[in-house]
Design a protein around this ligand. Sequence first.
Ligand code: GAP
Length: 532
Amino acid sequence: MPNDAQKFQSIISHCKEYGFIFPSSEIYDGLSAVYDYGQYGSELKKNIRDLWWKSMTQLRDNIVGIDAAIFMHPTIWKASGHVDNFSDPMIDNRDSQKRYRVDHLLEAFADGLEAGGKKAAAEDLRSTMERLLAANDFGGLKKLIEEKEIKCGVSGTSNWSEVRQFNLMFSTQLGSVSEEANEIYLRPETAQGIFVNFQNVQKTGRMKIPFGIAQVGKAFRNEIVARQFIFRMREFEQMEMQFFIRPGTQMEWYEYWKKERMQWHLSLGIPTAKYRFHDHVKLAHYADAACDIEYDFPIGFKEVEGIHSRTDFDLKQHQEYSRKKLTYFDTELNQHYLPYVIETSIGLDRTVLMILSEAYQEEDLGTPGKKDSRVVLRFPPKLAPVKLAILPLVKKDGLPEIAREILAACKPHFRCFYEEKDTIGKRYRRMDAIGTPFCITIDYQSREDQTVTIRYRDSMQQERIPISQILEIVEKEIVSKLSESDEAISKLEKSSEELIPSMKMYFADNLYRSIKLINIIDRKLVVTFNND
Ligand code: GAP
């Protein structure tokens, strides 16, 4: 396996080569930090989006989903604080004219220190940076950059400007281009679409507090340092949920959602050790507590999801700016109040990158006499873009006809892929490379006894099964790999309310591994615990 920096580059190349993700407008030399999802990438992204949507809305009685417009009244962004506060401290290199986000410049330098074995110095730098950012100490940040002799990647010099704030919102014109009043913004987060619809949903849905509103949609930010592939984009997708609660209960709900969201991440089959919480030192203008769930990407631990206790800031601001009453009447308390809010906000594109990073493996399959290798994407079957490949061994003698019958029977249930070109070995490798968990091969024996060979992506094991059982076997595998673990983790969680959180994590992680192991060995629904 290549080192992490190489692995990241390999994932980017693999995504392009196999139809997952392309640079946007590539034939015009691309557009910086904008990407297009190809035939497999869009399926993967959709599967992740659907999984999140189902777990946040369908499986919960008190959360509903909406789909608000991207264009919103410009005053919304004044009320939310984005016009005045949605900015990052930037610094320009005077020689290259290149602009950098100060925290990214310092973080990249700290990453370099860490990669060079200077972990303590890196940690020290990060904590000094956080302290200065929290205090809005721009002079201190510039001094820190100069002290560390950080250089611009383009000019190679340390000729830095002062640190200044730079707003990240894109603006455009609605209708006539000349009137300033018509300037609107592309939303930098989906959350405000939920806040301004709070009363619509609460009243029409007769929702009672506590309840949540979820939304998935595009957001736009004029990121200054936009690199690292789909980790930081200028156009991206968020999956956000605002949970409306009684004032004063926010810390309990904040802890609740931290735990719930971490369980969701673990249910993807990613081990606990690949995640950590990062508490914010500098809180956003709307928050009284906030943390990130970070995943250990090949580029290091980075934020995938934010959990924020947003108080009543947003509703209060919209009430003031719109002059419409947004209070809720709590019949149990016989009281009107502005609800407090806990937000969970996860980047869909970052989740795609997380799933790809976790799934990507280069495997050496060589034997003493023969070199061999494969690149395999070990996606959880439920998330895989294609679930089943249907491969007639040869394209004659009635085998394609049998294969097409199987295709017709399976494709209403899950995404299939039919292919008859090339050797079976090459076809298996191509399916490994796009992460297809199951391949069915139709051969001459199939004509005699109506059986086929099923080949499992992860173990590469093959077995003979009746054609009549394909649908059942694949469906069971697709559903079981995640829902068993979800169910088991939630049962475990209920029975372990008293355990300290780290122990819960430990058991949840090991329980998942046990289930996975049993699925592979036995493919039966048997839940046992690892003893180690
Ligand atoms: N409503 C709160 C909010 O937007 P955020 O921490 O700024 O909070 C939430 O963003 C999530 O959106 C992040 O955890 C990240 O996954 C994703 N995200 C933010 N900026 C992004 C970007 N430029 N490219 C891709 N994903 C991004």
